[in-house]
Write a protein that binds this ligand. Structure first.
Ligand SMILES: Cc1cc2nc3c(=O)[nH]c(=O)nc-3n(C[C@H](O)[C@H](O)[C@H](O)COP(=O)(O)OP(=O)(O)OC[C@H]3O[C@@H](n4cnc5c(N)ncnc54)[C@H](O)[C@@H]3O)c2cc1C
Length: 300
């Protein structure tokens, strides 16, 4: 039995919005790597109408506009990671997107779906949060831009309305003296979601961390921005004392929980400290050069 009755392939955002408004039991689909599995496995109520976003040119846009990267929400991840500016100016996003699934998943999966699925440890979302990305939303009332965290209402619960479409992410370019990194730990046999991940962006002035952003998943019901940990490091050198203070701050502000299929809270607490040190160190070292991105190999 099919989990839907009608399948639309609109060519424009306006057309997609009109279908969503006119058909109350409709839902958008992009790569389908989350939604189709949920429908097939009965974890999502059957949907009468699927509105496929893949033919809409606006969602496929990749462009450097002034000091931001414009990343279309419907760009397949494999196309995103082949785009040099993302590697060069938003390295954490390049690294996260390179690690999602395998080549087949990345051929169709999108950042829009990664964010709208609303998991607190989605790799793309954690990188976008560290990079301070803004979300561009198309709604029946018009377009609006908002911070990434406004998309979230709880674990696997989006704050977006059914009739709203993420069209793009605006990602600020990392400049000279700024860099980012993303790291995660997976179960060896795991493919779907990290045990723990982290994205860090920082700006270095001589031997001081002048500014930084740290995003961690899962460390609460939604992707977590570690503000107190950032505070412990801002204006400090990358010394053992500041690292120890930052680790304490992270453990005091984040919520690491046991999940039956992935890891215990104790293991996650251990990993959080390891990832904090590793990811900070990598971002720090990258600031020594002009932003030129990572030489990491894409996971096959
Ligand atoms: C084998 C496998 C491995 C995976 N590995 C990883 C991994 O390592 N890391 C990771 O983070 N995830 C992983 N995933 C999960 C999934 O691939 C990603 O979350 C992916 O980015 C989802 O994108 P999609 O386009 O396929 O979303 P879809 O399945 O098409 O959609 C997901 C949700 O988002 C909504 N949606 C989609 N696009 C939009 C939009 N533009 N605006 C508004 N709502 C929208 C849909 O309605 C649906 O609710 C894996 C999945 C599989 C099957």
């Amino acid at each position: 039995m099919s989990n839907w009755t009608f399948y639309h392939l609109p060519q424009t955002i306006e057309e997609a919005l009109a279908i969503l408004q006119n058909e109350p039991h409709s839902k958008v689909i992009a790569g389908g790597t989350d939604l189709l599995l949920e429908l097939q496995q009965g974890r999502h109520a059957p949907v009468r109408t699927l509105v496929d976003l893949t033919q809409i040119a606006e969602l496929q846009r990749l462009e450097v506009v002034d000091d931001i990267l414009w990343v279309g929400a419907g760009v397949p991840l494999n196309r995103l990671i082949a785009w040099q500016p993302v590697r060069q100016y938003a390295t954490a996003l390049f690294e996260a997107a390179s690690l999602i699934g395998g080549p087949q998943v990345r051929n169709v999966a999108t950042l829009g779906g990664n964010v709208a699925h609303a998991l607190p440890a989605a790799d793309g979302a954690i990188a976008l949060l560290a990079l301070d990305a803004q979300v561009v939303l198309a709604t029946p009332e018009g377009n609006r831009t908002m911070p990434l965290l406004s998309c979230y209402a709880g674990p696997a619960k989006t704050a977006l309305q059914r009739t709203e479409i993420i069209t793009a992410f605006q990602v600020p370019l990392s400049r000279k003296g700024e860099a980012s990194a993303f790291r995660r730990v997976m179960r060896p046999q795991g493919v779907a979601i990290a045990i723990q991940n982290m994205g860090i962006w920082l700006r270095r002035e001589e031997d001081i961390i002048a500014d930084l952003r740290i995003a961690v998943g899962p460390a609460g019901p939604i992707p977590f921005r570690a503000h107190r940990t950032e505070e412990a490091l801002r204006g400090k050198p990358l010394s053992e004392v500041s690292l120890a203070n930052a680790e304490n701050a992270l453990l005091s502000e984040a919520r690491f929980r046991t999940s039956p299929h992935r890891a215990t809270a104790e293991y996650r607490i251990h990993l959080a400290g390891v990832l904090l040190r590793q990811t900070l160190q990598i971002a720090w070292e990258r600031t020594e050069k002009e932003p030129e991105g990572s030489s990491l190999l894409v996971k096959g």
